[in-house]
Design a protein around this ligand. Structure first.
Ligand SMILES: [Zn+2]
Length: 403
């Protein structure tokens, strides 16, 4: 809760290698727990109780009937239009109910810990934008699932699975082109020598034809840093947060980028698409079997029940996909260590990242299994340090041989 604004200009001026700052660690312990429990409260307590209560109390049924009476006699009086209006109003209610928690977690907490540079106006604008974007994708998806469930009673899950697979595939490929610019200003990296070094490193390790290195101007919103390779073919680009460029040492930036290269070279996005693609079908099939015991695709007011079942099944498989994700992250870390061959830079980057994000270093084992898609920071640091030891041991062996 300090007032200092950490705005070093130019990454070569940052202290290197970075060591943990004790004050920051104390803050991180408190912040990460507050953030975590707020998230759990929102996604588990709030969402689940809204779905339960709105369904069991008959509210969702009432809402559909009410929309029907309002639009009666107009061209809107059509089953699918009424259903679409219901999905939109219902989503808006869910959003409004969780708004105080979003405000606390996304604005109050972030400002209390000097992690956000956004005004309330800008934050609200982002909230409205993301709500409407999710409506644009979710409304057709939900209506599509109900339409398929209604039309093809036995094979609906197959078609619905294909629909979801296609939509999420398109989304993951175009989101950096369409969605990212809606939230951030983007510009090409001006530092030509850094650009050349990064592209050269990418080319040497199997990420060919990176067309652009794009700086995401995230600093006006957040202190947190990030990087990613996005797109394929002609749209392939390296995305770097300006916060990464400003606060990290060039050697650390290389390690971070090398980690992202690891994901790219290992085709991790494709792997996750394939796995979620395979999981979607049994998930839809089982959810349909359970759903039709109490509900029916013929009436959209059963939507909360359907969502509850999907939510339940998703929670069952989520720890498994998160475990797989942590495994892929370790692979990417190892790739970065082999590529850059500088475990000190990697350790320094991990430490700085953990301090900037106010991340918890060593969460309990169960929390990590259930909620972490990256290994706990302490484990990533240890792995890099062990790599360093191995390297020095190998060097010593070589030296002995030489003698
Ligand atoms: Zn990663």
């Amino acid at each position: 809760m300090t007032e200092e604004g950490s705005s070093e200009e130019g990454s070569s001026e940052v202290d290197y290698p970075y060591e943990f700052d004790e004050e920051t660690r104390k803050k991180a312990e408190v912040y990460s727990k507050q953030k975590f429990y707020t998230g759990i409260f929102q996604s588990v307590v709030l969402y689940l109780s809204f779905l339960f209560i709105s369904y069991l109390s008959g509210f969702s049924h009432f809402l559909v009937e009410w929309i029907r009476t309002v639009v009666e006699g107009t061209f809107l009086y059509n089953y699918w239009i009424v259903a679409a209006i219901f999905v939109m109003i219902y989503s808006a209610l869910l959003y409004l109910i969780s708004l105080p928690v979003s405000y606390y977690s996304g604005f109050i907490l972030e400002h209390r810990y000097d992690l956000s540079n956004q005004t309330l106006g800008d934050w609200s604008k982002d909230q409205v934008k993301s709500f409407f974007i999710s409506l644009i994708f979710l409304t057709p998806l939900i209506l599509g699932v109900f339409f398929l469930g209604n039309t093809f009673s036995s094979l609906w899950w197959l078609y619905a699975g294909i629909l979801l697979f296609v939509i999420s595939g398109i989304l993951s490929n175009i989101s950096h082109l369409i969605l990212l610019p809606l939230f951030y200003d983007l510009e090409e990296l001006k530092d030509e020598s850094l650009k050349e070094r990064l592209i050269d490193m990418a080319e040497r390790h199997g990420v060919k034809k990176v067309e652009k290195v794009v700086v995401v101007k995230a600093g006006e919103k957040t202190e947190k840093a990030n990087a990613a390779f996005a797109g394929m073919g002609k749209t392939k680009r390296l995305l770097l947060f300006d916060t990464l460029l400003e606060k990290f040492h060039p050697k650390e930036i290389e390690s971070v980028v090398a980690h992202e290269m690891g994901h790219y070279v290992h085709k991790d996005i494709l792997r996750f698409m394939m796995i979620s693609g395979l999981l979607i079908f049994p998930m839809f099939y089982i959810s349909g079997e359970i759903f039709t015991i109490w509900g029916s695709f013929e009436q959209i007011y059963h939507l909360p029940l359907f969502l509850l079942i999907i939510y339940g099944l998703y929670s069952l498989i989520d720890p498994a996909t998160k475990t797989y994700s942590r495994y892929r992250e370790r692979k990417a870390d190892r790739f970065a260590l082999e590529t850059v061959n500088d475990s000190n830079a990697m350790v320094s980057a991990f430490k700085r990242l953990a301090d900037i994000d106010l991340a918890e270093l060593d969460p309990s084992k169960y929390i990590e299994i259930l909620f972490y898609d990256h290994p706990a920071p302490i484990k990533r640091i240890k792995m890099a340090e062990e790599e360093d030891q191995k390297d020095t041991e190998e060097d010593q062996l070589e030296n002995k041989k030489d003698k």
